[in-house]
Design a protein around this ligand. Sequence first.
Ligand SMILES: C[S@@+](CC[C@H](N)C(=O)[O-])C[C@H]1O[C@@H](n2cnc3c(N)ncnc32)[C@H](O)[C@@H]1O
Length: 97
Amino acid sequence: MKSVWRDIWKISSANNSKKIFGKHPTQKPEEVVQRAIIASSNINDLVFDPFCGSGTTGVVCKRLNRKFVGIDDNIEYLNIAKKRLTATNNDVKHTSF
Ligand SMILES: C[S@@+](CC[C@H](N)C(=O)[O-])C[C@H]1O[C@@H](n2cnc3c(N)ncnc32)[C@H](O)[C@@H]1O
């Protein structure tokens, strides 16, 4: 299996197909956040994102069975985050590469 743990990650930015619940100008690709969460936390850990925007960190946490607390000072972005989280299922099978 090809390793993902390289110094440089080549991952496309989140395109419009990933923004079906609303547009955030700097929404991060889920794959980038997923790698960071897997590398730095365990199942049931609490992950805190104080600038959560459209909730990418929360979406990945839910999928990977991490608890999540997010803050943003923009209510429109928080509403996008809520919709994305509601539409995300837990799926433990993605916890490792
Ligand atoms: C780079 S964006 C985060 C994007 C997020 N990772 C995503 O995938 O959607 C940074 C966020 O920080 C929020 N922000 C900026 N200043 C803030 C503050 N003082 N308190 C809380 N949130 C803030 C902005 O509204 C913006 O959504």
